[in-house]
Design a protein around this ligand. Sequence first.
Ligand code: ADP
Ligand code: X2W
Length: 298
Amino acid sequence: MISPLEKTNILIEALPYIKKFYGRTVVIKYGGNAMVNDELRQAVIVDAVLMKFVGMNPVIVHGGGPEINRMLKRVGKETDFVNGLRVTDKETMEIVEMVLAGKINKEIVSLINQNGGKAVGLSGKDASFIQAKQKLAFIENEHGQRQEVDLGHVGAVAAINPEIINTVIEKGYIPVVAPIGLGEDGESYNINADTVAGEVAGALAADKLVLLTDVEGIMRDSSSADTLISSLAVSQIPALIKQGIIGGGMIPKVECCISALAKGVGRTHIIDGRLRHSLLLEIFTDEGIGTMVVRDEE
Ligand SMILES: Nc1ncnc2c1ncn2[C@@H]1O[C@H](COP(=O)(O)OP(=O)(O)O)[C@@H](O)[C@H]1O
Ligand SMILES: CC(=O)N[C@@H](CCC(=O)OP(=O)(O)O)C(=O)O
């Protein structure tokens, strides 16, 4: 059992962080296990509500890849990934939008509201705030040549207009963003949620971007937690990718941190969403957790 003195010490430890982040914006990419496990889901939501009540401006950008897979399976539709991105034909796009902007977005909004916060759900189509263009993808064919592949309605971010997000924040709400973009043609685009989180953080010039994932952070050896890299400078990343130390789904995450830092975001963190209240540990304690990706000059 934790003693009353230890409890007060923990609260006191949080004080400098509460002061430091008062009025500051923190973009949280929410996905993976923290989204499917009920207990973890509740913990993330409570953390975001607490952040808001101590004067921060949390902005949630959510994913939902596993839920999209489940829904596609239910309707008997095959799905393929190229370079970690879901090939999205017209019919798949309809389901992606229903799951992300409909089901998942509204579930998160309701949970925040049930836990005493006030949330507003948005997709990039609301107020046209995420403008998208078709994302080009290339693979290496059997002759070792670069070949373009058509990913259909997969989007890259063309522009973000943060006005609606800022308005929602100013009115005391927590914005909850589904990673759907609006094309010039009026069509919907499916955008990787890590990418949207990085772009939104950049457009808001957020103080922090926190990506919740299903591992402790970036590790030198994925099978061993004690190889966690607690801080990584941008210039160290290309070599780690080349050596195969950073691979798979971790590549879009580090790329998103790099692009957010280049756009002026203060700090970026990749942390373990399987750990209850990992967000609070990262923001309000001296130790921090996971991997912090920083600019070279820091
Ligand atoms: N160096 C590394 N450290 C940790 N995880 C890594 C590393 N390189 C590749 N990965 C992989 O990246 C995965 C995280 O990406 P992803 O599965 O896309 O996460 P999410 O579903 O949370 O968006 C890890 O589960 C792990 O398999
Ligand atoms: C283009 C593309 O791949 N989009 C993703 C969007 C959701 C997402 O990114 O969800 P997670 O963060 O849970 O992986 C998809 O269709 O799965």
